[in-house]
Design a binder for this molecule. Structure first.
Ligand code: PLP
Length: 463
């Protein structure tokens, strides 16, 4: 049969049962085009046995948006966010989002905030880090420090997300990780100043440590920096990595001072696709004042015959996520976000209570700061299973709940983490608890192959 004949047959074939003659492109592009409907089916089938996003309790990323938001986003997929002269209204919506976010983070009206959308927090953190590096270099030169004598350093808790490791590698910076201890899984303010010197470009506070959901104590860290800056010429400021907390805390705990209300916080990032409730592909960064964003990092693009600054690292990408973010702000308003986040937190509280009630788990984070529930197994020498096995068992019911070791000095401790998102309703959470209890019961009574040597799993989980 010639390719042409095959093509004609395939084009008319029923939608299922057509695969036998069809060459699916794997390593090389296939020779001929195929019918669009069949191609759709084939690609859809390729993706068939992936995890079900709604049952993925591992990810912080948004897995549900209402129909109107999805429609608006798919209708605007063709818009290129960077092309501000072709799409000036999109540029305007981005500007409004920056302004809304700066206000949520209590930007001071006497200062001139500046910010941008990014593809996610990783890009935003890179920008925040670069701004700190450039500012430090300028200050160091003014103070006649030999900037080449030592590598500049960045101070952060050992619970950092991998993007900070990337930043330090890309920019040749020493990552000074302050070890966490088990009783206090965050950056210990009393240790902070031990890690700072003239080569410190800045401190990163994490609003929602990825591993556990815990918050650094920004107010205490700010007070330490205030003390340091009072008698040093090279000032050390703080960037807040609010990837997960940045669009959660302002709605549910507006009294908590972690943002631009603190004097030494100069920039903040967040992921719009985490508690900003937009599908993956959007982040934000805001500097409290233009003076903290070195001019070398601002580029100009043409805009309606004029010029508009661009700060982001990425160039072309779809504007649909910016539009989705704006839609959410417009549709939900402050109270809408608050209600959604509060009920997400209630679900996290429920899960944490149920886990505690089993008597088996020690809870590190009960979902109050951020709706993340994080726990380890209590010691029990009669128990023959561990959290990895529990995770495997839950996966049989479709639930993805990762187990992984804590970083560095705490790596003997294996934890499990549930990230509660707005689409995990209370009834689904109850179904999860039933499956969890069944899984525990199965493991307790299973006739499992038992190996004396405990396998050390090496996979981790960093998003
Ligand atoms: C998720 C996360 C990041 C990375 O964010 P992306 O938006 O996925 O690029 C960085 N820092 C923290 C603390 C995070 O939780």
């Amino acid at each position: 049969m010639s390719d042409k004949e095959r093509l004609d047959i395939d084009a008319n074939a029923p939608i299922l049962g057509v695969n036998k003659n069809m060459k699916v492109a794997t390593e090389k592009i296939s020779k001929d085009p195929i019918n669009p409907r069949n191609a759709y089916m084939l690609v859809k089938d390729e993706l068939l046995n992936e995890g079900n996003a709604r049952q993925n309790l591992a990810t912080f990323c948004q897995t549900y948006m209402i129909d109107e938001a999805s429609k608006l986003m798919s209708e605007s997929m063709d818009k290129n966010a960077i092309d501000k002269s072709e799409y000036p209204r999109t540029a305007e919506l981005e500007k409004r989002c920056v302004s809304i976010i700066a206000d949520l983070w209590n930007a001071n009206p006497d200062e001139k905030f500046i910010g941008t959308s990014t593809v996610g927090s990783s890009e935003a953190c890179m920008l925040g880090g670069m701004a700190m590096k450039f500012s430090w270099r300028k200050m160091a030169k003014e103070c006649n420090i030999d900037i080449n004598a030592k590598k500049p350093n960045l101070v952060i808790s050992s619970g950092y997300q991998v993007c900070w490791e990337k930043f330090c590698v890309y920019w040749d910076i020493e990552l000074r990780a302050v070890p966490m201890d088990e009783d206090n899984l965050s950056l210990d303010p009393d240790k902070l100043l031990d890690y700072i010197d003239e080569y410190t470009i800045g401190v990163v506070g994490i609003l929602g440590i990825t591993y556990t959901g815990k918050f650094d104590d920004m107010k205490a860290l700010d007070a330490k920096l205030e003390e340091y800056n009072a008698n040093h010429d090279i000032k050390v400021y703080m960037h807040i990595d609010g990837a997960s907390g940045g669009l959660f805390t302002p709605f549910v705990n507006p009294e908590l001072e972690w943002d631009f209300r603190l004097k030494n916080v100069v920039s903040i990032n967040t992921s719009g696709h985490k508690y900003g409730l937009v599908y993956p592909g959007i982040g934000w960064i805001v500097w409290r004042d233009k003076k903290f964003l070195p001019e070398e990092l601002i580029f100009e693009v043409s805009y309606l015959g004029g010029k508009l600054p661009t700060i982001a690292i990425n160039f072309s990408h779809s504007a649909s996520h910016i539009i989705g973010q704006y839609y959410n702000f417009l549709r939900l308003g402050y109270n809408g976000y608050r209600e959604i986040h509060e009920s997400t937190r209630d679900v996290a509280g429920y899960l944490s209570k149920e886990l505690e009630n089993t008597g088996m788990f020690y809870i590190y984070n009960d979902g109050y700061n951020l709706p993340i529930v994080c726990y380890r197994l209590k010691e029990d020498k009669d128990r023959k299973w561990n959290l990895y096995e529990l995770a495997d068992r839950l996966l049989m019911k479709g639930w993805q709940v990762p187990a992984y070791p804590l970083p560095d000095n705490l790596s003997d401790i294996v934890i499990q983490r549930i990230v509660v998102r707005s689409d995990l309703a209370m009834n689904t959470a109850q179904a999860y608890i039933e499956d969890l209890k069944e899984a525990i019961n199965d493991l307790d009574n299973a006739r499992v192959l038992y190996h004396d040597k405990e396998e050390i799993k090496t996979f981790g989980f960093t998003h």
